[in-house]
Design a protein. Structure first.
Length: 445
């Protein structure tokens, strides 16, 4: 397959920062409950309600609606909770924080037609996931005044009538429907105003989206992870942009490793109009065809890994996609190995379309089956005697269209894992190190 690539920028860095594992999260809905944090935080009280299409037995098959409900006191009879839902075979998940008003033993009661499960403060109090006419179940738990505890109630309706109610009784509180003012729709035990499920990658007690919203950290890659937690913040080795028609590609990194382009075109189709880290205009991208390349001489081995940690990042847009997991469908973003040498002599190769590479070496980690050739793949050679003396780590993340994508691969030697990123999706794969080769080689884009 004859690929053509638009390359917006390429960065290489070393030495991963010692931060907790990063959390893949949406930019506006980090707890993935269907409501943006802005909606949850603006609601004064109530519970987040996720409404699903269901099947017989109460599966949460397809989320059709998310909203804030004041409390749980519904009798839909033979109807649907909303025109977006069917009248039968639907399910609901209510979540939020219970604000405990007084110390003592609380009795929680559910009345439902059909199934119900209730968790309070992490304890499964009621588990009656079964078809039933309107039936009340009760359970008790000791709670302390002034505490914030998580509450979750799951419900499903299979057919006929549909009813769901949650009540409580406690010292000084007569049995009644739990009132709306007792709930905070944000699942937020620590009371910082952000869902506990949102990431805190630097462990400073401030949720990642809070830091980004407050401007105390930045997100130059637009992947919803604060830049202070990005592996690439450790030490930049090389950073190449493609702003000018030139016989050389300048390196904005500390080593001044100028790239030498061959048959490279420059176009105004760019991924983002402004470079986030420098606030510079981003006006050009490199167009690389089947015979194009950018050669970066590296006589001192500044870009060598040899088994040490590193990160590769790039903006790419592919004009053609892998048609299958074959050799012809491989698409390399960058590699460091001697020109015309076999892959077993590769320090590293990063594929935007792995083709058949996951099945060609002596070991592969991460995704192990169901390849379509479009997976992100990181390859390492160990210089062994066999021609297949290389190993790979394969991502579940794929490039499946011809749009611009931010991609990166980070090799963490200390933790024994590779982190792949595509846009705002992050995943990790552990590996057993298969060895590395020390080689004098250029970087080839």
């Amino acid at each position: 397959m004859q690929h053509t690539t638009l390359l917006g920028a390429l960065a290489l860095s070393t030495a991963l920062s010692a931060t907790p594992a990063l959390v893949a999260q949406g930019c506006t809905d980090c707890d993935d409950n269907g409501l943006p944090e802005s909606v949850e935080r603006e609601a004064i009280s109530g519970l987040v309600a996720q409404y699903y299409r269901s099947q017989s037995g109460g599966q949460f098959t397809e989320r059709l609606l998310a909203r804030v409900d004041p409390n749980i006191a519904f009798n839909w009879q033979g109807g649907a909770p909303d025109p977006a839902l069917p009248v039968d075979n639907f399910a609901v998940r209510w979540t939020g924080t219970l604000l405990v008003p007084t110390t003592g033993t609380y009795t929680f009661s559910t009345t439902t037609d059909d199934g119900v499960r209730l968790w309070v403060d992490g304890a499964l109090l009621i588990n009656k996931w079964q078809p039933q006419s309107p039936t009340t179940w009760s359970a008790t738990i000791a709670l302390a005044a002034g505490t914030r505890v998580l509450v979750r109630m799951d419900y499903y309706e299979s057919g006929g009538g549909a009813e769901a109610k949650l009540e409580w009784q406690a010292p000084g509180i007569a049995r009644q429907v739990v009132p709306t003012e007792a709930f905070d729709p944000v699942s937020d035990v620590d009371g910082d105003g952000w869902p506990d499920a949102c990431g805190d990658c630097d462990g400073d007690g401030v949720a990642d989206p809070a830091e980004l919203a407050l401007g105390t950290d930045t997100d130059c890659n637009g992947n919803c992870i604060p830049d202070s937690c990005e592996i690439t913040q450790a030490a930049t080795l090389g950073y190449w942009r493609f702003e000018n028609d030139s016989t050389t590609i300048a390196d904005s990194g500390p080593n001044g490793l100028t790239g030498e382009p061959t048959a490279v075109g420059f176009v105004t189709d760019v991924a983002v109009p402004v470079v986030p880290a420098t606030v510079e205009d981003n006006t050009r991208a490199a167009r690389l065809g089947p015979s194009s390349r950018v050669l970066v001489p590296d006589a001192q081995g500044a870009l060598a890994s040899g088994g040490e940690s590193f990160t590769i990042e790039a903006w790419v847009r592919l004009d053609s996609l892998a048609a299958g997991a074959t050799a012809a469908d491989r698409h390399v973003v960058v590699q460091r190995k001697a020109i015309a040498s076999g892959d077993k002599f590769a320090d590293y190769i990063f594929f935007a379309q792995g083709g058949d590479m996951p099945t060609q070496g002596f070991a592969n980690y991460g995704r192990t089956s169901g390849f379509n050739g479009r997976e992100l793949v990181l390859l390492f050679g160990n210089g062994g005697t066999a021609s297949a003396s290389f190993w790979t780590v394969t991502s579940n993340l794929r490039i499946e269209d011809d749009a611009w994508h931010f991609i990166s691969a980070s090799f963490d030697a200390e933790r024994g894992e590779v982190r792949f990123v595509r846009d705002n999706t992050v995943e990790y794969h552990a590996f057993i190190d298969g060895g590395h080769v020390a080689t004098s080689a250029p970087l080839l884009v």
